[in-house]
Design a protein around this ligand. Structure first.
Ligand code: HDE
Length: 486
C-alpha cells in the first residue's frame, strides 16, 4: 500500500497546487479571477446546506437488519416477511418534530421512528413515531397544526397561546397530548422508546385476502423517560444528548434492538368495529386484537457520513412493497403525497438514486432526466406502448388488491366524535405518581397562556375525559371547571 498521500484535486479532478494561498497579482495585488480553485471552493461552501426538513429537522440515523421470527405469510405476501430467519438490511432515523436542525434533543415532543427496509422487491418505508396515535386525523389540518408548534411569525418565538388555542379547538388531539405530557413525552434516549406505524395499514396474502394491521416496535432496552427539569438541564448542557448516546452505544458494540409486533384485524371487522379503525387518534384494544410477533430489528452500524446518510435519507409512507398497501386513513392518504414532494424539493427529483435511498433490487422504468440524474436508462425507446417489444414490462401480479368504495364524494369528517374515552382510559391507567407528573406538566405548559378562554376550553376536554382530571387541572391553573360542563 503506497504511503503516498492522496493528491488534493478540484471537483473536476485537477490537482490543486496550493490550498493555503489565493493567487494574487504580486504580493500586495488583487486576487485574480483565474484562481478557479478559490472560486470553486467558496462557491461550493455557500451551497453546502440543503433545506432542513420542515418537521423532524433534528435527528440521528443508524443501519441494521431486520430478522423474521414468526411466519405470517398467511396474512401477507411481502417477500421480506416470507420466511423465519430471513434478514433484510434497514436504515432508521430518529428525530424530534418541532425543533430546527440545531435544536435540543431532550424536549417534550413526539419522536420520529422512520424505518427503511431495503427489501428485494423495493424499499419498504415504515415512517412512524414513538407514539401509536397522532394529534389530528385529517392531513388538511397538518400545516395549521405545525404552524402552532413552530415560531410565531411576528415574534419568532415559540407560542404557547397558539399551541393551546389549536389543541383546545381540536378535541381529537386530547389522546395524543395526554401521551405527550405523560412519562413517555421526553424519552431518556432514542434506544429507550417504542416505535409505532401509528396508522392502520393493509396486508394482502398471496390469495388476495386482505387484513388490517397496526405495527408496534417494542424496545428491548425498555422504555424510560426523563423528568422535565432533568431534561431541561441536559438540553442546556448537551443539545445533542440523544444523537451522541445512539452513536456511542453502537460504536462500542451495544446494539439497540426492538421486537416488531402487529395487531391484525380481519378485513370485514373494520365495517362494524365500535369506532373508525382508520382514525389515527385512536388505538385498537389489545384485548380485541392481540399483538403478534413478526421479527426483530437490530441497529449495528453507524453512518459513515451524517449528511450523505442521515440528512439525505428520504422516507415515504408511499414506499410500499407487494403485500403491504395503504388504508383509507386520511392522514396516511395525505402523507402519500407529502413526503416525496418534500424530498423532490429538499434533495431533488432524483433523490432515490442517492446511495442511502437507492433500492437493492434493479430499478427499471421510463423515468428520465431531471436534475442530478445519474443512471439515465439505456436504449432509445423511453415510452410505451411501443411496437419494439421493449423492457421493462408491468407485472399484473403486483397490482394493489381491489377494494369497494361507497358513498358520495364530499369533504367528509370522521363519524365518531368520541375524543374522550381513550384519553380518559389512558389517564385512569396511570399510577397516582404518573397522574401527579401529568397534571404538573399540563399546568406548567398551560400557565403562560394569556387567555382564560383557551384554558377553560381545554379544561372542559379534560373534564369530559375524567372529571377528577378536569378538576385538578382547573385547580392548578387557579380556575374552576366551567358550570355548564358539569
Ligand atoms: Fe410527517 N412529515 N407528516 N408524520 N414525518 C415529514 O418529510 C407529513 C405525520 C414523520 O426521518 C416530512 O422529509 C404530513 C405522522 C417522520 O426523514 C413531511 C402529515 C407521522 C418524519 C411530512 C404528517 C409522521 C416526518 C418533513 C400529515 C407518524 C421524519 C420533511 C398528514 C405516523 C422522516 C420530510 C425522516 C417528516 C409530512 C404527519 C412521522 C413534510 C403531510 C402522523 C418520522 O413530508
Amino acid at each position: 500500500m503506497s504511503n503516498e498521500k492522496k493528491r488534493m484535486t478540484t471537483a473536476s479532478g485537477a490537482p490543486v497546487g496550493d490550498n493555503q494561498n489565493s493567487i494574487t497579482a504580486g504580493n500586495r495585488g488583487p486576487t485574480l479571477i483565474q484562481d478557479v480553485h478559490l472560486l470553486e471552493k467558496l462557491a461550493h461552501f455557500n451551497r453546502e446546506r440543503v433545506p432542513e426538513r420542515v418537521v423532524h429537522a433534528k435527528g440521528a440515523g443508524a443501519h441494521g437488519y431486520f430478522e423474521v421470527t414468526n411466519d405470517l405469510s398467511k396474512y401477507t405476501k411481502a417477500d421480506f416477511l416470507s420466511e423465519v430467519g430471513k434478514r433484510t438490511p434497514m436504515f432508521i432515523r430518529f428525530s424530534t418534530v418541532a425543533g430546527e436542525l440545531g435544536s435540543a434533543d431532550t424536549v417534550r415532543d413526539p419522536r420520529g421512528f422512520a424505518v427503511k427496509f431495503y427489501t428485494e422487491e423495493g424499499n419498504y418505508d415504515l415512517v412512524g413515531n414513538n407514539t401509536p396515535i397522532f394529534f389530528i386525523r385529517d392531513a388538511i389540518k397538518f400545516p395549521d397544526f405545525i404552524h402552532t408548534q413552530k415560531r410565531n411569525p411576528k415574534t419568532h418565538l415559540k407560542d404557547k397561546n397558539a399551541v393551546w388555542d389549536f389543541w383546545s379547538l381540536s378535541p381529537e388531539s386530547l389522546h395524543q397530548i395526554t401521551y405527550l405530557h405523560g412519562d413517555r413525552g421526553i424519552p431518556a434516549t432514542f434506544r429507550h422508546m417504542n416505535g409505532y406505524g401509528s396508522h392502520t395499514f393493509k396486508w394482502v396474502n398471496d390469495k388476495g385476502e386482505a387484513f388490517w394491521v397496526k405495527y408496534h416496535f417494542i424496545s428491548e432496552q425498555g422504555v424510560k423517560g426523563l423528568d422535565e427539569d432533568v431534561a431541561g438541564q441536559i438540553a442546556g448542557d448537551n443539545p445533542d444528548y440523544h444523537v451522541e448516546d445512539l452513536y456511542n452505544s453502537i460504536d462500542k458494540g451495544d446494539f439497540p434492538a426492538w421486537k416488531l409486533y402487529v395487531q391484525i384485524m380481519p378485513y370485514e371487522d373494520a365495517k362494524t368495529y365500535r369506532f373508525d379503525p382508520f382514525d389515527v387518534t385512536k388505538v385498537w384494544s389489545q384485548k380485541d386484537y392481540p399483538r403478534i410477533e413478526v421479527g426483530r430489528m437490530v441497529l449495528d452500524r453507524n453512518p459513515e457520513n451524517y449528511f450523505a446518510e442521515v440528512e439525505q435519507a428520504a422516507f415515504s409512507p408511499g414506499n410500499f412493497v407487494p403485500g403491504i398497501e395503504a388504508s383509507p386513513d386520511k392522514m396516511l392518504q395525505g402523507r402519500l403525497f407529502g413526503y416525496s414532494d418534500a424530498h423532490r424539493y429538499r434533495i431533488g427529483a432524483n433523490h432515490q438514486e442517492l446511495p442511502i435511498n437507492r433500492p437493492v433490487n434493479e430499478v427499471n422504468n421510463n423515468q428520465f432526466d431531471g436534475q442530478m440524474r445519474y443512471s439515465n436508462g439505456s436504449g432509445s425507446v423511453n415510452y410505451e406502448p411501443n411496437s419494439y417489444d421493449t423492457e421493462p414490462k408491468e407485472d399484473p401480479a403486483s397490482k394493489i388488491s381491489p377494494f369497494e368504495v361507497y358513498g358520495e364524494a364530499d369533504s367528509v369528517s370522521y363519524d365518531s366524535d368520541d375524543h374522550y374515552t381513550q384519553a380518559g382510559d389512558l389517564y385512569r391507567l396511570m399510577s397516582a405518581d404518573e397522574k401527579d407528573r401529568l397534571i404538573d406538566a399540563f399546568v406548567g405548559h398551560m400557565k403562560p397562556v394569556d387567555k382564560d378562554e383557551i384554558k377553560l376550553r381545554q379544561i372542559e376536554h379534560f373534564y369530559k375525559a375524567d372529571p377528577e382530571w378536569g378538576e385538578r387541572i382547573a385547580k392548578g391553573l387557579g380556575l374552576s371547571v366551567p358550570e355548564g360542563v358539569k
